[in-house]
Design a protein around this ligand. Structure first.
Ligand code: PGA
Length: 249
């Protein structure tokens, strides 16, 4: 039985001090609940502060927004999965559209990152989504499924079964334009079917999140759509009270 997943992606917001203050507020507005999973992805430098603020709240998981696939070495500016894990993360985003479009992350890189995440003790959330041009050309299905299949190409069934996926159309991220519940549901249905081809029936249990300008108003409708098992929220997760309210949807 899947429970809804509420994942916050703070992007490059909230350093350690702001993280402590945010989580103080968030915890007072969000009592632990067993009927949902809450994941918070602060910037990597704020993971330790977040972990310290959450010592009494093991119900809330921490994620890192990006990892590199090597374990250690001369890779200036990068974070290995094991290091993020040591700092408090149990989850990592992989292939977020900002990584793909601003930092040139390719499908091949997402595959390496998903595999490295598992080796380093992190559960990947593989993000996929088409651009406006791709959508206009009718390529949504092809793009989303190509990104999905490429990202899991080197994983075995047991790992795919336990990871998460997020459909985040690029045109909806940070733009105020949200996919309709029907649009999200259709794409999630394609993703579920593609995962079933890869790993069989167990694909039914895999959480498929929707992300892209989700707010308190659109969240309940999206969550009610078939195959939408959770939300990945950027802008609307930056305020602690708003996010607590949304996580209680
Ligand atoms: P947004 O970001 O909610 O601000 O559109 C979502 C995301 O990029 O994960």
């Amino acid at each position: 039985m899947r429970v809804p997943v509420f994942a916050a992606n703070w992007k490059m917001n909230h350093g350690p001090r702001a993280t402590r203050s945010y989580l103080g507020h968030f915890l007072s507005h969000y009592p632990a609940r067993e009927d949902r999973t809450v994941i918070i992805c602060p910037p990597a430098v704020s993971l330790e502060a977040a972990r310290s603020a959450l010592t009494t709240r093991s119900d809330i998981l921490l994620g890192v927004q990006n990892v590199y696939w090597e374990e250690k070495g001369a890779f200036t500016g990068e974070t290995s999965p094991a290091m993020a894990h040591e700092a408090g993360a149990s989850v990592t985003l992989v292939g977020h559209s900002e990584r793909r479009h601003l930092f040139g992350e390719t499908d091949e890189m997402t595959a390496r990152k998903c595999a490295a995440a598992w080796r380093g003790g992190l559960t990947p959330i593989l993000c996929v989504g088409e651009s406006q041009d791709e959508r206009d050309r009718g390529e949504t299905r092809a793009v989303v499924l190509r990104q999905l299949r490429a990202g899991i190409t080197s994983l075995d069934t047991a790992h795919v079964r336990c990871m998460l996926f997020a459909y985040e159309p690029v045109w909806a991220i940070g733009t105020g334009r949200t996919a309709t519940p029907d649009d999200a549901s259709e794409v999630h249905g394609w993703m579920r079917a593609a995962l079933a081809e890869e790993i069989g029936e167990q694909a039914r249990e895999i959480p498929l999140l929707y992300g892209g300008s989700v707010n308190a108003e659109t969240a309940p409708r999206l969550l009610a759509a078939p195959h939408v098992d959770g939300l990945l929220v950027g802008g609307a997760s930056l305020d602690a009270e708003r996010w607590a309210h949304m996580a209680c949807t």
